[in-house]
Design a binder for this molecule. Sequence first.
Ligand SMILES: NC(=O)c1ccc[n+]([C@@H]2O[C@H](COP(=O)([O-])OP(=O)(O)OC[C@H]3O[C@@H](n4cnc5c(N)ncnc54)[C@H](OP(=O)(O)O)[C@@H]3O)[C@@H](O)[C@H]2O)c1
Length: 270
Amino acid sequence: MNQTLPRRPLGNCGFDVSVLGFGTVKLGRDQGVKYPNSFRIPDDAEAASIIALARDLGINLIDTAPAYGNSEERLGKLLKGQREDWIICSKAGEEFVDGQSSHDFSPQHLRRSVERSLRRLKTDYIDIVLLHSDGQDQKIVDEGALETLARLKEEGLLRAIGMSSKTVEGGLAAAAVSDCMMVTYNLNEQDERAVIDYCHENGKGILLKKVLASGHITVSEQATEKKSALQQSMDFVFAHPGVSSAIIGTINPKHLRENVEAAIKALESV
Ligand SMILES: NC(=O)c1ccc[n+]([C@@H]2O[C@H](COP(=O)([O-])OP(=O)(O)OC[C@H]3O[C@@H](n4cnc5c(N)ncnc54)[C@H](OP(=O)(O)O)[C@@H]3O)[C@@H](O)[C@H]2O)c1
Protein backbone atom coordinates (compact mmCIF):
# COMPACT_ATOMS: atom_id res chain seq x y z
CA MET A 1 0.00 0.00 0.00
CA ASN A 2 1.58 3.29 -1.08
CA GLN A 3 -0.85 5.92 0.08
CA THR A 4 -0.91 7.05 3.68
CA LEU A 5 -4.01 7.42 5.73
CA PRO A 6 -5.12 11.07 5.83
CA ARG A 7 -5.50 13.00 9.08
CA ARG A 8 -8.19 15.51 9.91
CA PRO A 9 -8.57 18.15 12.61
CA LEU A 10 -10.77 16.92 15.43
CA GLY A 11 -13.18 19.85 15.21
CA ASN A 12 -11.60 22.80 17.00
CA CYS A 13 -9.73 20.61 19.52
CA GLY A 14 -6.36 21.74 18.13
CA PHE A 15 -4.99 18.35 17.06
CA ASP A 16 -5.39 15.99 14.11
CA VAL A 17 -6.63 12.41 14.09
CA SER A 18 -6.19 9.76 11.43
CA VAL A 19 -9.45 9.12 9.57
CA LEU A 20 -9.39 5.58 10.96
CA GLY A 21 -8.98 4.99 14.67
CA PHE A 22 -8.07 1.74 16.40
CA GLY A 23 -10.69 0.34 18.82
CA THR A 24 -9.45 -1.83 21.67
CA VAL A 25 -12.47 -3.60 23.19
CA LYS A 26 -11.10 -6.92 21.90
CA LEU A 27 -7.72 -6.30 23.53
CA GLY A 28 -9.31 -6.31 26.98
CA ARG A 29 -12.72 -7.88 27.14
CA ASP A 30 -14.44 -11.00 25.83
CA GLN A 31 -17.46 -11.08 28.15
CA GLY A 32 -20.77 -9.32 27.43
CA VAL A 33 -19.77 -8.31 23.90
CA LYS A 34 -22.01 -8.45 20.85
CA TYR A 35 -19.60 -9.58 18.16
CA PRO A 36 -20.90 -12.19 15.68
CA ASN A 37 -17.95 -14.56 16.21
CA SER A 38 -16.21 -15.71 19.38
CA PHE A 39 -12.56 -14.67 19.69
CA ARG A 40 -9.47 -15.07 21.85
CA ILE A 41 -7.98 -11.94 23.45
CA PRO A 42 -4.55 -11.42 21.81
CA ASP A 43 -1.48 -12.04 23.98
CA ASP A 44 1.05 -9.25 24.53
CA ALA A 45 3.15 -10.08 21.46
CA GLU A 46 0.08 -10.22 19.19
CA ALA A 47 -1.33 -7.01 20.67
CA ALA A 48 2.02 -5.19 20.29
CA SER A 49 2.23 -6.40 16.71
CA ILE A 50 -1.21 -5.15 15.65
CA ILE A 51 -0.63 -1.80 17.39
CA ALA A 52 2.70 -1.45 15.53
CA LEU A 53 0.93 -2.27 12.27
CA ALA A 54 -1.76 0.33 12.99
CA ARG A 55 0.93 2.94 13.61
CA ASP A 56 2.83 1.95 10.45
CA LEU A 57 -0.37 2.29 8.44
CA GLY A 58 -0.77 5.88 9.68
CA ILE A 59 -3.26 5.40 12.50
CA ASN A 60 -2.64 7.77 15.42
CA LEU A 61 -5.94 7.47 17.31
CA ILE A 62 -6.50 4.66 19.81
CA ASP A 63 -9.75 4.20 21.69
CA THR A 64 -10.10 2.55 25.08
CA ALA A 65 -12.28 2.71 28.20
CA PRO A 66 -12.36 1.53 31.81
CA ALA A 67 -15.29 -0.66 30.71
CA TYR A 68 -13.15 -2.56 28.18
CA GLY A 69 -11.75 -5.04 30.71
CA ASN A 70 -8.01 -4.52 31.12
CA SER A 71 -7.63 -2.57 27.85
CA GLU A 72 -6.32 0.59 29.57
CA GLU A 73 -3.74 -1.28 31.67
CA ARG A 74 -2.54 -3.18 28.63
CA LEU A 75 -2.19 0.03 26.60
CA GLY A 76 -0.18 1.57 29.44
CA LYS A 77 2.44 -1.13 28.84
CA LEU A 78 2.02 -1.58 25.09
CA LEU A 79 2.36 2.14 24.29
CA LYS A 80 5.45 2.61 26.49
CA GLY A 81 7.88 4.96 24.74
CA GLN A 82 5.24 5.89 22.12
CA ARG A 83 3.16 8.47 23.98
CA GLU A 84 3.89 11.21 21.43
CA ASP A 85 2.74 8.97 18.56
CA TRP A 86 -0.80 8.53 19.80
CA ILE A 87 -3.98 10.46 20.40
CA ILE A 88 -5.53 8.46 23.25
CA CYS A 89 -9.29 8.47 23.72
CA SER A 90 -10.71 6.95 26.90
CA LYS A 91 -14.03 7.22 28.71
CA ALA A 92 -15.54 7.63 32.14
CA GLY A 93 -18.86 6.76 33.73
CA GLU A 94 -19.13 3.05 32.95
CA GLU A 95 -17.54 0.23 34.92
CA PHE A 96 -17.51 -3.42 33.88
CA VAL A 97 -16.82 -5.78 36.77
CA ASP A 98 -17.46 -9.53 36.96
CA GLY A 99 -19.38 -9.46 33.70
CA GLN A 100 -21.69 -6.64 34.84
CA SER A 101 -21.87 -3.02 33.64
CA SER A 102 -22.71 -0.19 36.02
CA HIS A 103 -22.76 3.58 35.52
CA ASP A 104 -21.89 6.54 37.72
CA PHE A 105 -21.63 10.09 36.39
CA SER A 106 -21.14 11.82 39.76
CA PRO A 107 -18.28 14.35 40.02
CA GLN A 108 -16.48 12.13 42.56
CA HIS A 109 -16.63 9.04 40.39
CA LEU A 110 -15.65 10.84 37.18
CA ARG A 111 -12.61 12.43 38.83
CA ARG A 112 -11.52 9.14 40.39
CA SER A 113 -12.04 7.36 37.05
CA VAL A 114 -9.94 9.87 35.09
CA GLU A 115 -7.16 9.77 37.72
CA ARG A 116 -7.20 5.95 37.52
CA SER A 117 -7.09 6.07 33.69
CA LEU A 118 -4.02 8.33 33.90
CA ARG A 119 -2.30 5.80 36.16
CA ARG A 120 -3.31 2.81 34.06
CA LEU A 121 -2.29 4.47 30.80
CA LYS A 122 0.96 5.68 32.44
CA THR A 123 0.53 9.23 31.16
CA ASP A 124 0.04 12.66 32.69
CA TYR A 125 -2.64 13.72 30.20
CA ILE A 126 -5.33 12.03 28.11
CA ASP A 127 -6.15 13.59 24.76
CA ILE A 128 -9.88 12.82 24.79
CA VAL A 129 -12.19 11.60 27.55
CA LEU A 130 -15.81 10.89 26.72
CA LEU A 131 -18.71 10.15 29.06
CA HIS A 132 -19.58 6.50 28.45
CA SER A 133 -23.34 6.89 28.22
CA ASP A 134 -25.82 4.28 29.44
CA GLY A 135 -28.38 5.70 26.98
CA GLN A 136 -29.72 8.43 29.29
CA ASP A 137 -27.74 11.12 27.47
CA GLN A 138 -30.01 14.03 28.39
CA LYS A 139 -30.05 13.11 32.09
CA ILE A 140 -26.25 12.85 32.12
CA VAL A 141 -26.00 16.34 30.58
CA ASP A 142 -28.61 17.77 32.97
CA GLU A 143 -26.69 16.37 35.97
CA GLY A 144 -23.61 18.37 34.93
CA ALA A 145 -21.22 15.51 34.12
CA LEU A 146 -19.64 17.45 31.24
CA GLU A 147 -18.91 20.30 33.65
CA THR A 148 -16.89 17.86 35.75
CA LEU A 149 -14.89 16.84 32.67
CA ALA A 150 -14.47 20.53 31.77
CA ARG A 151 -12.83 21.12 35.18
CA LEU A 152 -10.44 18.22 34.59
CA LYS A 153 -9.61 19.78 31.23
CA GLU A 154 -8.96 23.16 32.87
CA GLU A 155 -6.56 21.38 35.23
CA GLY A 156 -4.58 20.19 32.18
CA LEU A 157 -5.39 16.48 32.63
CA LEU A 158 -7.48 16.28 29.42
CA ARG A 159 -7.22 18.03 26.04
CA ALA A 160 -10.77 17.44 24.78
CA ILE A 161 -14.05 16.24 26.28
CA GLY A 162 -17.37 14.92 25.05
CA MET A 163 -19.78 12.02 25.20
CA SER A 164 -20.14 8.66 23.53
CA SER A 165 -23.88 9.09 23.12
CA LYS A 166 -26.83 6.92 22.14
CA THR A 167 -29.71 9.32 21.44
CA VAL A 168 -30.33 12.26 19.13
CA GLU A 169 -31.86 14.72 21.61
CA GLY A 170 -29.37 14.04 24.40
CA GLY A 171 -26.52 13.77 21.91
CA LEU A 172 -27.30 17.25 20.60
CA ALA A 173 -27.48 18.63 24.15
CA ALA A 174 -24.13 17.03 24.96
CA ALA A 175 -22.56 18.24 21.72
CA ALA A 176 -23.43 21.86 22.57
CA VAL A 177 -21.10 21.70 25.61
CA SER A 178 -18.48 19.29 24.20
CA ASP A 179 -15.36 19.45 22.03
CA CYS A 180 -16.23 16.23 20.24
CA MET A 181 -18.74 13.40 20.22
CA MET A 182 -18.72 9.69 19.50
CA VAL A 183 -21.82 8.30 17.78
CA THR A 184 -23.01 5.14 16.07
CA TYR A 185 -23.27 5.51 12.31
CA ASN A 186 -23.29 2.71 9.75
CA LEU A 187 -25.24 1.26 6.83
CA ASN A 188 -27.87 -0.12 9.25
CA GLU A 189 -28.05 2.62 11.92
CA GLN A 190 -28.28 6.27 10.91
CA ASP A 191 -30.53 7.85 13.55
CA GLU A 192 -27.66 9.87 15.04
CA ARG A 193 -26.80 11.62 11.80
CA ALA A 194 -28.32 14.82 13.22
CA VAL A 195 -25.53 14.89 15.84
CA ILE A 196 -22.90 14.58 13.10
CA ASP A 197 -24.57 17.42 11.16
CA TYR A 198 -24.61 19.63 14.26
CA CYS A 199 -20.98 18.93 15.09
CA HIS A 200 -19.91 19.60 11.52
CA GLU A 201 -21.66 22.98 11.52
CA ASN A 202 -20.31 23.96 14.93
CA GLY A 203 -16.61 23.03 14.87
CA LYS A 204 -16.97 19.91 17.01
CA GLY A 205 -15.14 16.69 16.23
CA ILE A 206 -16.96 13.46 15.37
CA LEU A 207 -15.68 9.99 16.17
CA LEU A 208 -17.72 7.07 14.86
CA LYS A 209 -18.20 3.76 16.68
CA LYS A 210 -19.67 0.53 15.29
CA VAL A 211 -18.98 1.47 11.66
CA LEU A 212 -19.32 -2.22 10.75
CA ALA A 213 -22.21 -2.69 13.23
CA SER A 214 -19.72 -4.56 15.45
CA GLY A 215 -18.87 -6.86 12.55
CA HIS A 216 -22.44 -7.87 11.70
CA ILE A 217 -22.31 -5.99 8.40
CA THR A 218 -19.22 -7.79 7.12
CA VAL A 219 -20.38 -11.17 8.43
CA SER A 220 -23.76 -10.96 6.71
CA GLU A 221 -21.77 -9.70 3.67
CA GLN A 222 -24.38 -7.40 2.23
CA ALA A 223 -22.12 -7.07 -0.79
CA THR A 224 -23.26 -6.02 -4.19
CA GLU A 225 -21.58 -7.60 -7.20
CA LYS A 226 -19.09 -4.77 -7.45
CA LYS A 227 -18.54 -3.62 -3.87
CA SER A 228 -17.74 -5.46 -0.66
CA ALA A 229 -19.80 -4.69 2.44
CA LEU A 230 -16.61 -3.17 3.90
CA GLN A 231 -16.17 -0.77 0.97
CA GLN A 232 -19.85 0.16 1.04
CA SER A 233 -19.51 0.92 4.77
CA MET A 234 -16.45 3.12 4.26
CA ASP A 235 -18.00 4.91 1.28
CA PHE A 236 -21.08 5.54 3.35
CA VAL A 237 -19.43 6.99 6.46
CA PHE A 238 -16.86 9.12 4.63
CA ALA A 239 -19.54 10.65 2.42
CA HIS A 240 -20.36 12.79 5.47
CA PRO A 241 -17.77 15.61 5.66
CA GLY A 242 -18.29 15.96 9.42
CA VAL A 243 -16.68 12.61 10.24
CA SER A 244 -13.27 13.19 11.82
CA SER A 245 -12.42 9.52 12.38
CA ALA A 246 -14.09 6.11 12.15
CA ILE A 247 -12.94 3.95 15.06
CA ILE A 248 -12.91 0.31 14.04
CA GLY A 249 -12.06 -2.57 16.33
CA THR A 250 -10.01 -5.41 14.92
CA ILE A 251 -7.49 -7.94 16.20
CA ASN A 252 -6.87 -9.31 12.71
CA PRO A 253 -3.92 -7.72 10.80
CA LYS A 254 -5.45 -8.65 7.45
CA HIS A 255 -8.67 -6.83 8.37
CA LEU A 256 -6.70 -3.81 9.56
CA ARG A 257 -4.91 -3.53 6.21
CA GLU A 258 -8.19 -3.97 4.33
CA ASN A 259 -9.84 -1.29 6.43
CA VAL A 260 -7.08 1.22 5.70
CA GLU A 261 -7.21 0.45 1.97
CA ALA A 262 -10.99 0.78 1.92
CA ALA A 263 -10.91 4.08 3.83
CA ILE A 264 -8.32 5.56 1.44
CA LYS A 265 -10.39 4.42 -1.54
CA ALA A 266 -13.57 5.87 -0.05
CA LEU A 267 -11.88 9.23 0.53
CA GLU A 268 -10.54 9.32 -3.01
CA SER A 269 -14.06 9.09 -4.37
CA VAL A 270 -15.72 11.84 -2.28
N1 LIG B 1 -18.20 4.29 23.48
C1 LIG B 1 -18.98 3.31 23.26
O1 LIG B 1 -20.06 3.23 23.82
C2 LIG B 1 -18.52 2.28 22.28
C3 LIG B 1 -19.34 1.23 21.97
C4 LIG B 1 -18.90 0.35 21.06
C5 LIG B 1 -17.66 0.54 20.50
N2 LIG B 1 -16.87 1.57 20.82
C6 LIG B 1 -15.52 1.77 20.22
O2 LIG B 1 -15.59 1.60 18.85
C7 LIG B 1 -14.75 0.52 18.47
C8 LIG B 1 -15.41 -0.22 17.34
O3 LIG B 1 -16.69 -0.70 17.71
P1 LIG B 1 -17.04 -2.24 17.64
O4 LIG B 1 -15.80 -3.03 17.90
O5 LIG B 1 -18.24 -2.47 18.48
O6 LIG B 1 -17.54 -2.41 16.15
P2 LIG B 1 -16.95 -2.36 14.66
O7 LIG B 1 -15.70 -1.63 14.56
O8 LIG B 1 -18.12 -1.97 13.82
O9 LIG B 1 -16.70 -3.91 14.36
C9 LIG B 1 -15.65 -4.61 14.92
C10 LIG B 1 -15.81 -6.05 14.45
O10 LIG B 1 -15.70 -6.09 13.04
C11 LIG B 1 -14.72 -7.02 12.66
N3 LIG B 1 -13.95 -6.45 11.54
C12 LIG B 1 -13.15 -5.35 11.57
N4 LIG B 1 -12.63 -5.13 10.35
C13 LIG B 1 -13.10 -6.12 9.54
C14 LIG B 1 -12.89 -6.46 8.18
N5 LIG B 1 -12.10 -5.75 7.39
N6 LIG B 1 -13.54 -7.56 7.70
C15 LIG B 1 -14.34 -8.31 8.47
N7 LIG B 1 -14.57 -8.04 9.79
C16 LIG B 1 -13.94 -6.95 10.31
C17 LIG B 1 -13.84 -7.25 13.87
O11 LIG B 1 -13.40 -8.60 13.88
P3 LIG B 1 -11.83 -8.94 13.74
O12 LIG B 1 -11.22 -8.62 15.05
O13 LIG B 1 -11.85 -10.40 13.42
O14 LIG B 1 -11.30 -8.12 12.60
C18 LIG B 1 -14.78 -6.97 15.04
O15 LIG B 1 -15.40 -8.15 15.50
C19 LIG B 1 -14.57 -0.33 19.73
O16 LIG B 1 -13.38 -1.11 19.72
C20 LIG B 1 -14.50 0.75 20.75
O17 LIG B 1 -13.20 1.31 20.76
C21 LIG B 1 -17.29 2.45 21.69
